[in-house]
Write a protein that binds this ligand. Structure first.
Ligand code: BTN
Length: 330
């Protein structure tokens, strides 16, 4: 596949970290002719890359595309030594839906579906996920875990916490987890997650974990109902991120988090780290359920991921699902 070689060529430029790379060394390392390397660079130029060519020194990568590019994303994954079965689509209805289609076709798991844009991005509880900004990431990870459904109760919470820890470290931000499936910064939603699973009698058949991460999105420009609640990494860090590098780091972190979960090695980190990154600690909250709302003081979550609330009458009530909004800052 053309992309594989393009990824290897681009990985050589990433390794040079802004320095020169000779055409002959790329040719040698990737097993293509110098003329073929030149041809590939010419094509990459039409896709948003700029290379400076200096006699006797080689080429230098000057400009990269600001949007997702499959070969550049694959090059970053190569650099991170993070193999991934990647399905890239410039546009799809929903990466979760596309992952379901691929599962139905028998695609080998784990695999990742990444889209430049979703036309029908889905959120929790039938909501829409705003997916029009090409500066953001929408992707899904598909698995066939050999586990009983009950084992997956804490899966999305763990994936959210792991993503929060990884993004904070890699991007220099301080996101928090908001039960059940959001990452927040300064009260604004920077990421949302949606896990959809199918099971056969007592075992999971397959599972799709989707995440929308607002990276370089300028949320002021979003529709009013989204603008009120959305934030982005760019707003949290005050800088623009390399979208392909961020996507590769996210994919890497998600795959690792998944392995840790499936190996059942997550519990201690989960217990220790969730309270340290919990956006709801000490807050008065409203839990919205299908049949009404309950207000109370947030007491944290238990080991199964169930939310604990102190009701105004002093009693404790627990919630396995629901939507939470803050009532007031303490
Ligand atoms: C939520 O906050 O309600 C969950 C949002 C999940 C959005 C992601 S974007 C990638 C994947 N594909 C979808 O259609 N939805 C998830």
């Amino acid at each position: 596949m053309g992309e594989v070689s393009d990824a290897e060529i681009l990985a050589a430029f990433l390794a040079a970290d802004g320095g020169y790379v000779s055409g002959s060394s790329i040719a040698e390392d990737t097993g293509v002719s110098r003329a073929a390397v030149w041809g590939r660079l010419e094509r990459l130029r039409t896709e948003g890359f700029a290379f400076e060519a200096v006699r006797n020194r080689g080429y230098r990568l000057e400009t990269i595309p600001g949007t997702l590019h499959p070969a550049l994303l694959a090059a970053h994954l190569l650099r991170l030594a993070c193999p991934a079965n990647l399905h890239f689509l410039a546009e799809t209805d929903s990466t979760n839906t596309q992952a379901e289609r691929l599962l139905a076709e028998g695609e080998h798991t784990p695999f990742v579906v990444v889209a430049g844009r979703q036309t029908a991005g889905r959120g929790r509880r039938g909501r829409e996920w705003f997916s029009q900004d090409p500066g953001n990431l929408t992707l899904s990870l598909a698995l066939r875990p050999q586990l009983p459904p009950a084992r997956m109760q804490t899966f999305t919470l763990w994936m959210g916490l792991s993503t929060c820890l990884a993004i904070n470290e890699l991007c220099g931000v301080s996101l928090k987890v908001k039960w059940p499936n959001d990452l927040h910064w300064n009260g604004k939603k920077v990421a949302g997650m949606l896990t959809e699973a199918r099971s056969d009698s007592e075992m999971l058949r397959d599972l799709v974990f989707g995440i929308g991460l607002n990276v370089n999105g300028v949320t002021d420009e979003y529709p009013p109902e989204v603008r009120r609640v959305a934030g982005s990494l760019r707003e949290a860090a005050g800088r623009v991120f390399d979208l392909n590098e961020t996507a590769a780091k996210l994919i890497c972190a998600l795959q690792k988090a998944c392995d840790t979960f499936l190996e059942d090695c997550y519990r201690e980190i989960f217990r220790e780290q969730w309270p340290l990154h919990d956006a709801l600690t000490g807050q008065e909250v409203t839990v919205s359920l299908a049949d009404g709302e309950v207000v109370g003081e947030y007491l944290g979550i238990d080991e199964t991921g169930t939310l604990r609330l102190r009701l105004p009458d002093g009693q404790e009530r627990q919630f396995a699902a629901g939507d939470v909004t803050l009532r007031k800052q303490k």
